[in-house]
Design a protein around this ligand. Structure first.
Ligand SMILES: [Zn+2]
Length: 316
């Protein structure tokens, strides 16, 4: 039976305002993803009896520096206590992280690590970079922290092309996107888990941790991630999941925004206009996700990414 890990990147609404160059996000939406979307996700995962991996942005749960983060921190603390995995999605979700100087990269990863380890009550084992970009410096920090896996690479040329198109369109309007173009060498990365090289993360090597790339289908490399599948036609959705069931490992990435209801959560129309997935009400997304999780359950053993990293290495 294949393994499947469900992970959810908890990018705040403000991240989407940055990508679409919409200016500062309304303050009222600061904690919508963790306070409102995570509980919907939790109810769905509980129905399917799965423990998932949450990629948390450190500053969103950093109660020592932000009193408004208390409710979010409590939500994530409860997830860890319930057997879910909390993993590191950097401290401030800077899309240009992999291109920053070594000290800033280290600060971004180590600060989030400390905040999350305190909430989880145990060491953090995994990292996912904002914007799917990694570098040798970033890998050095993960090795220093003794991480067991990185799960940042997303070798999907179609995603890369779509992102380039959005960025070019915004640049033409003189409203540069806050997103940063991913290093194209990441597109050449293996699509199945591998031990990466420390100096060239997209190649095989001898890093002390494993790379768990975000899943794409073989050959066509169609993205097998929640945000794409939610808006895909049902037959394509089922085909992609069937294809992934035949792989040894399916790294199924979702985002907190996939569990958003634009109306109930009072998301401004300016953002809804730019995120097609926000035009679906939660009830409809819940039905689609429910069907996807049912299909996955029939073919795969569902484990956290940390557990998958351990199991896969034992098979090598
Ligand atoms: Zn993110």
């Amino acid at each position: 039976m294949s393994l499947c890990s469900v992970s959810i990147d908890l990018d705040a609404i403000e991240c989407y305002y940055r990508i679409h160059a919409l200016g500062p996000a309304p303050r009222a939406l600061r904690h919508v993803i963790i306070e409102r979307c995570v509980p919907r996700a939790v109810a769905l995962f509980a129905k399917h009896g799965i423990n998932v991996t949450w990629f948390v942005v450190g500053q969103d749960v950093d109660v020592a520096n932000d009193a408004s983060a208390v409710a979010s921190a409590t939500v994530m603390e409860q997830r860890a206590a319930a057997g879910d995995e909390l993993a590191n999605h950097s401290h401030r979700h800077r899309y240009e992280l992999a291109r920053l100087d070594a000290k800033t990269i280290r600060d971004e990863i180590v600060t989030a690590d400390r905040v999350l380890a305190r909430l989880a009550g145990q060491p953090i084992a995994g990292f996912r970079s904002p914007g799917y970009d990694v570098s040798a410096v970033l890998f050095d920090v993960l090795a220093e922290l003794g991480y067991q896996y990185d799960s940042s690479l997303f070798p999907a040329p179609g995603y890369y092309a779509a992102k380039a198109a959005v960025m070019a369109a915004l640049a033409a309007l003189r409203r540069p996107s806050g997103a940063v173009m991913t290093n194209p060498r990441g597109l050449l990365a293996p699509i199945d888990p591998y031990r990466p090289a420390m100096t060239a993360p997209w190649r095989r090597g001898d890093a002390p941790f494993v790379e768990l790339p975000i899943s794409v289908t073989p050959w066509a490399r169609l993205p097998a991630i929640g945000t794409s599948l939610l808006v895909a036609p049902a037959p394509l959705r089922r085909y992609i999941l069937q294809t992934m069931a035949q792989r040894e490992f399916f790294n199924f990435e979702l985002h907190g925004i996939d569990f958003c209801d634009a109306s109930d959560d009072e998301i401004a129309p300016e953002l809804v206009a730019r995120q097609p997935d926000l035009r679906l009400p939660w009830s409809q997304k819940a039905d689609r996700l429910d069907a996807m999780l049912t299909q996955i359950a029939s073919t795969s053993r569902r484990v956290t990414l940390q557990s998958a990293a351990l199991t896969l290495q034992q098979r090598w």
